[in-house]
Design a protein around this ligand. Structure first.
Ligand code: NAD
Length: 426
């Protein structure tokens, strides 16, 4: 019995992994590939689960669980973020690693897919404790890490400081500095200019392309953004700079709105000062933070959590376009409901791929020890995002597919072609 036998592809209750496998199944069927392609790509190439003993500041010891999943290496080293969240599960990490394989293939970045996670709520730990957790986790998974093996980056709950600790731990154990082992590092430590804002910039590029495809001009258009973290905050800034009114934003503490458009620059100052969007002068609080999803806007950017647009919420989403800043914010049931209404959903593997594109630029720069200007980074990012948009949109039109099915099919086609050319060893 294989692992696939124990995890049916169409279970009654969907999970991120089941959804990811269903999307792969649909792509394999659409491409007319044999079942062995599905079987090869439905299961990760390598997985490591580690226990992480943490000495807390009060002297007690707590055991945490961490994972690193490497889904595919056919096009290059594994690449994917590291998530610190109390809800992390191995299946979630597996699903996210698979999405990374598709994302890298779609954007023609020479990587496979990987993802990591530690089951921890970082808000409940001191900086010193987080440093110890990060260093121990890095040490435990280090046989699987390396600039030519697997290259982590920040994700939910982690940041450039986390990457600096990972790089340092790996380097100390190797006896020399290895800048290319992680991306999303501080610029002062081999990070790339433009990496911190890359995912958000990519979201904005894709949102503007999607709006253009629907004949919506940026000036006068409106947007609502769920999540005001690394992705949502920059997306709000860049969409406002492009002329949109950002009428509603939310974070884990609440949601605010202002029909005339929030002053995003002033809101960022407020968030830096208070830690939340809540209480921003000139805005009104929404009764329930999830009501943000139902805002009357042209563009909705879910940039926080998985599965928020689902069978219960989708029918109340009014936006004409949903741009998936987060990974997996829309369930397959919701996709069907939104499609029925004519809502254009731009899938995560395209919409939020700006981060991995500039991670690739950072890795190239670190390996060559030669640094590009911010303008160079941004121009190359814009070119890649726009080219990927056109590939996905044209294939969708030509083959009568949703953007998600189009993007997944193109990515699976690219990965399967690498497998075929490399052949099977032995
Ligand atoms: P983050 O931790 O920096 O920010 C998450 C934000 O979501 C925070 O503002 C938090 O307050 C908010 N949030 C949490 N629960 C919420 C709720 N119930 N309602 C509204 N807001 C809530 O994380 P991030 O890096 O911005 O990642 C967000 C999503 O984007 C994740 O799905 C991640 O996998 C995806 N993503 C991130 C990157 C990246 O470069 N950081 C790249 C690609 C995809």
């Amino acid at each position: 019995m294989t692992e696939l036998d124990t995890l049916p592809t169409t279970p009654l209750a969907t999970t991120p992994l089941a959804d990811a496998r269903d999307a792969l199944r649909a792509a394999v069927d659409h491409l007319g590939y044999e079942n062995s392609v599905y079987e090869m790509l439905a299961v990760a190439r390598r997985e490591l689960t580690v226990s992480i003993p943490l000495r807390r500041d009060d002297g007690s010891v707590e055991i945490l669980i961490g994972h690193r999943v490497q889904h595919n290496f056919s096009r290059g080293p594994g690449k994917g973020g590291l998530r610190y969240d109390p809800a992390v599960t191995l299946d979630e990490v597996r699903a996210l690693a698979m999405l990374m394989t598709w994302k890298c293939a779609l954007l023609d970045v020479p990587y496979g897919g990987a993802k990591g996670g530690i089951r921890i709520d970082p808000r409940n730990y001191s900086k010193a404790e987080l440093e110890r957790v990060t260093r121990r986790y890095t040490s435990e998974i280090s046989p699987l890490l390396g600039p030519e093996i697997d290259i982590p980056a920040p994700d939910v709950g982690t940041d450039e400081q986390t990457m600096a600790w990972m790089m340092d731990t790996y380097s100390v154990n190797r006896g020399h500095t290895v800048l290319g082992v992680v991306t999303g590092k501080p610029v002062s430590l081999g990070g790339s200019l433009g990496r911190a804002s890359a995912t958000s910039r990519g979201v904005a590029h894709i949102a503007l392309a999607a709006m253009s495809s629907r004949g919506i001009a940026p000036h006068g258009a409106s947007a609502a953004i769920q999540g005001f973290g690394k992705v949502g905050r920059g997306a709000a800034r860049f969409l406002a700079e492009a002329g949109l009114r950002v009428t509603a934003v939310s974070d884990q503490y609440g949601a605010i709105e202002c029909g005339a458009g929030l002053n995003v620059a002033a809101l960022e100052v407020h968030v830096d000062r208070t830690g939340s969007v809540v209480g921003f002068a000139g805005s009104t609080a929404l009764a329930d933070k999830d009501d943000l999803l139902f805002s009357e806007v042209d563009v909705l950017v879910p940039a926080a959590l998985e599965g928020v647009i689902n069978a219960e919420t989708a029918s109340r989403v009014h936006a004409e376009i949903v741009v998936e800043g987060a990974n997996g914010p829309t369930t397959p049931e919701a996709d069907a409901i939104l499609a029925e209404r004519g809502c254009l959903v731009v899938p995560d593997i395209l919409a939020n791929a700006g981060g991995v594109v500039v991670s690739y630029f950072e890795w190239v720069q670190a390996n060559q020890a030669y640094w590009w200007s911010a303008d160079e980074v941004e121009q190359r990012l814009a070119e890649r995002m726009t080219a990927a948009w056109w590939r996905v949109a044209e294939h969708a039109t030509y083959r009568q597919l949703s953007l998600r099915d189009s993007a997944t099919s193109l990515a699976v086609q690219t990965v399967a072609a690498s497998h075929r050319m490399r052949g099977l060893y032995p």
